[in-house]
Design a protein around this ligand. Structure first.
Ligand code: SAH
Ligand code: SF4
Ligand code: F3S
Length: 445
C-alpha cells in the first residue's frame, strides 16, 4: 500500500492575544486540510509567521526569524513558507518582504486570513509565489472552529479593528475600522466552549467598550459581557482591552453583580501627563483616568488594575515622566506593561518633533519598571498566609510545579500528585517571589 506522508505545520506567533488567537484560527484551517502541528521547523511542510508591527523590535524579531529559514528552504524547496499577520498589512511591507526574502512562498494579511487554505493549495499546484492582501476589511468573517492551544482558557473575538487612532499606534492602519461580531455568534461560541470544558473565556477586542458602535448590533458591551457571564457553568470571564475614555459606570455595575467576571481590569493609561495624553490623542486627562479608577474601586473594592505605559513619547519632559510615575503609584497597578516609544511610519506621532534621546528613554523605562515591580512585590507579599483561588493552566517541568492565575492575574505555583490542569485550585500561599506566589493545595474543583 502506498502510505501517504502526514503533512506538518509549524506556526511562529508574534504580538498580542489577538494574534495568538488568530494563530489558533490558522491552525484550524491547516488541521482541516489534514496537517498536524510540529514543534520542529526542520520537519515542517508549512512554516507560518504570524507577525506583529506594533513596535520596531517586533518587526526586527520577525525579520530575523524569517531570514534564518533561507538554508532550510534551499535544502527543501518544497517547504512552504508563509508570512501573515499585522506586518504584511503595512503599506509597502509586502514588497519589502518579497525583496528581502525571495524564498518566502506566500504573503497574506490578517484581513484575509480565512484564505490561507486556498493560498496553500494554489502554491502547491501552480508553483507560483503569492502575495494576497486585502486593503480594507470586508465585514466580519465567521470562522470554522479554531484549533485552540490555550486550554483551560479560550479567547473569543467580539470585534475587530480600531477607530481610535492614538497618534503613536499603527493598529488602526493594519487592522482597519471597528467591526463587531453578532452577539448570537459570540454567545453560541462561548456556550460551546463552556460545554467543552473550558473554564475561562477572554473576550477580545482592541477597544471592547465600543462594541456595537459600528451599528452591527443594538447590544453594547456591558450587556454582552453580562450575557456571557450568565451562561450556565463553572467558569470565569475576562475581557481586554478597555479604553479608559469609554470605561463606564454601567460596565462596572455589570462586573460588580456577576461573580464570574474577574475583578481585574486592564486599563491602559499610556501616560500620566495631560500634555502627552493630548498629543497621544487618548482623549482623557490624568484626572479623568483617576476618576474612573475611583469609580471602579468604590463599587468593587478588591478590584485590581493593570496597564500599558509608553515612555519617551515625542516631547516628553522629565516633568511629564514624573507625572506618569506619580499616577502609577497613585493607582497602584497590580502590574503593567512598559514600552519605549517606537515611531511607526504613517502615524501622526512619527512626524512629531522633539524626539526623546534613546539614553533618556532607557533610563526612564528602567526607573518606571522599578516602580512597577515594587508595587507588584508589595502586593505579592500581602498574599502570604492567605488563600487564593487559581485556575490551573499548566505544569512547569523545571520547577516540578503546577501553576495558574487567580482572578487578579497573579501566578501561583503548587505541587500536586495528579494532573490539576483545568481545575480551580484554592492555595494557601506560603511564599512570594516578585510576581509569583508559591502555595499548597487546600481544595480543588
Ligand atoms: N488596543 C489596545 C492594545 C494596543 S497595542 C489598547 O488600546 O490598549 C498594546 C500596547 O502597545 C498599547 O497599549 C501601547 O502601550 C503600546 N504601543 C502601541 N504603539 C506603540 C508604539 N508606537 N511605541 C511603543 N508602544 C506602543
Ligand atoms: Fe492602538 Fe489606541 Fe486603538 Fe489601542 S485604542 S489599538 S492604542 S489606536
Ligand atoms: Fe497585535 Fe501587534 Fe497586530 S500588538 S494587533 S499583533 S500589530
Amino acid at each position: 500500500m502506498n502510505e501517504e506522508k502526514i503533512k506538518k505545520y509549524h506556526i511562529v506567533t508574534y504580538g498580542c492575544q489577538m494574534n495568538l488567537h488568530e494563530s489558533e484560527k490558522m491552525a484550524g484551517i491547516l488541521a482541516r486540510k489534514g496537517y498536524v502541528a510540529t514543534q520542529d521547523k526542520s520537519e515542517a511542510d508549512v512554516i507560518l509567521f504570524n507577525t506583529c508591527c506594533i513596535r520596531e523590535n517586533a518587526e526586527n524579531h520577525a525579520f530575523g526569524n524569517i531570514g534564518e529559514l533561507k538554508k532550510l528552504k534551499r535544502a527543501r524547496p518544497e517547504l512552504i513558507i508563509a508570512v501573515g499577520g499585522c506586518m504584511t498589512q503595512e503599506k509597502g511591507k509586502a514588497e519589502i518582504i518579497r525583496q528581502r526574502f525571495p524564498f518566502v512562498d506566500i504573503v497574506f494579511g490578517n484581513l484575509n486570513l480565512e484564505e490561507l487554505g486556498d493560498l496553500i493549495e494554489e502554491r502547491i499546484h501552480r508553483k507560483k509565489k503569492i502575495v494576497s492582501l486585502r486593503e480594507e476589511a470586508q465585514g466580519v468573517t465567521e470562522y470554522d472552529p479554531p484549533l485552540r492551544n490555550s486550554y483551560p482558557n479560550a479567547w473569543v473575538n467580539i470585534m475587530y479593528g480600531c477607530n481610535n487612532f492614538c497618534s503613536y499606534c499603527i493598529v488602526p492602519y493594519v487592522r482597519g475600522r471597528e467591526r463587531s461580531r453578532q452577539p448570537e455568534h459570540i454567545l453560541e461560541e462561548c456556550r460551546a466552549l463552556v460545554k467543552e470544558g473550558y473554564r475561562e473565556i477572554t473576550l477580545l477586542g482592541q477597544n471592547v467598550n465600543s462594541y456595537g458602535s459600528d451599528g452591527a448590533t443594538e447590544v453594547r458591551f456591558p450587556e454582552l459581557l453580562e450575557r456571557v457571564a450568565n451562561i450556565e457553568g463553572d467558569f470565569r470571564v475576562r475581557f481586554m482591552t478597555s479604553h479608559p475614555k469609554d470605561f463606564t459606570k454601567e460596565l462596572v455595575e455589570v462586573i460588580g453583580r456577576n461573580r464570574k467576571i474577574c475583578h481585574l481590569v486592564h486599563l491602559p493609561v499610556q501616560s500620566g501627563s495631560d500634555g502627552i495624553l493630548q498629543a497621544m490623542n487618548r482623549r482623557y486627562t490624568a484626572e479623568q483616568y483617576l476618576a474612573k479608577v475611583a469609580m471602579l474601586k468604590e463599587k468593587i473594592p478588591d478590584a485590581e488594575l493593570t496597564s500599558d505605559i509608553i515612555v519617551g513619547f515625542p516631547g516628553e519632559t522629565e516633568e511629564d515622566f514624573e507625572a506618569t510615575v506619580s499616577l502609577v503609584k497613585k493607582v497602584g497597578f497590580a502590574s503593567a506593561f512598559t514600552f519605549v516609544y517606537s515611531p511607526r511610519t504613517g502615524t501622526k506621532a512619527a512626524a512629531m518633533p522633539d524626539r526623546v534621546p534613546e539614553a533618556v528613554q532607557k533610563s526612564r523605562i528602567m526607573r518606571l519598571i522599578e516602580v512597577v515591580n515594587a508595587l507588584t512585590r508589595e502586593k505579592s507579599a500581602k498574599y502570604v498566609g492567605k488563600e487564593a483561588e487559581i485556575l490551573c493552566e499548566d505544569f512547569d517541568p523545571k520547577r516540578n510545579l503546577y501553576f495558574g492565575r487567580d482572578e487578579y492575574g497573579r501566578m501561583g505555583y503548587f505541587p500536586a500528585k495528579e494532573n490539576m490542569i483545568g481545575k480551580f485550585v484554592t492555595l494557601k500561599i506560603d511564599g512570594a517571589n516578585g510576581v509569583s506566589l508559591f502555595g499548597t493545595m487546600v481544595k480543588a474543583r
